[in-house]
Design a protein around this ligand. Structure first.
Ligand SMILES: [Zn+2]
Length: 82
């Protein structure tokens, strides 16, 4: 199950975030505000649509607290992750 970085839109497996590389992420519960890809993504800016989508996700993520599975399922349901 994946959740995404709300800064650059990169999807990550929740196990990777929680267990493999927890120090690589800036996050508050389900809300990821910075990830290892953010630097690289600066050279290819997001479209306004993508920005808007990530903004919406950033507003919803805190509602899930630390429920990563619930949040991942939500993102999948909403087709935020293809
Ligand atoms: Zn990122």
């Amino acid at each position: 199950m994946d959740i995404i970085c709300t800064n650059c839109g990169e999807p990550y497996d929740t196990d990777f975030i929680l267990h493999d590389a927890p120090t690589e992420f800036k996050r508050n519960g389900c809300l990821i505000t910075a990830c290892p890809c953010c630097e690289d993504r600066r050279s290819s800016p997001l479209s306004p649509d993508q920005r808007e989508r990530l903004q919406a996700i950033a507003e919803i993520a805190p509602l899930f607290g630390d429920d990563f599975d619930g949040f991942a399922a939500f993102l999948e349901d909403m087709s935020y992750i293809e």
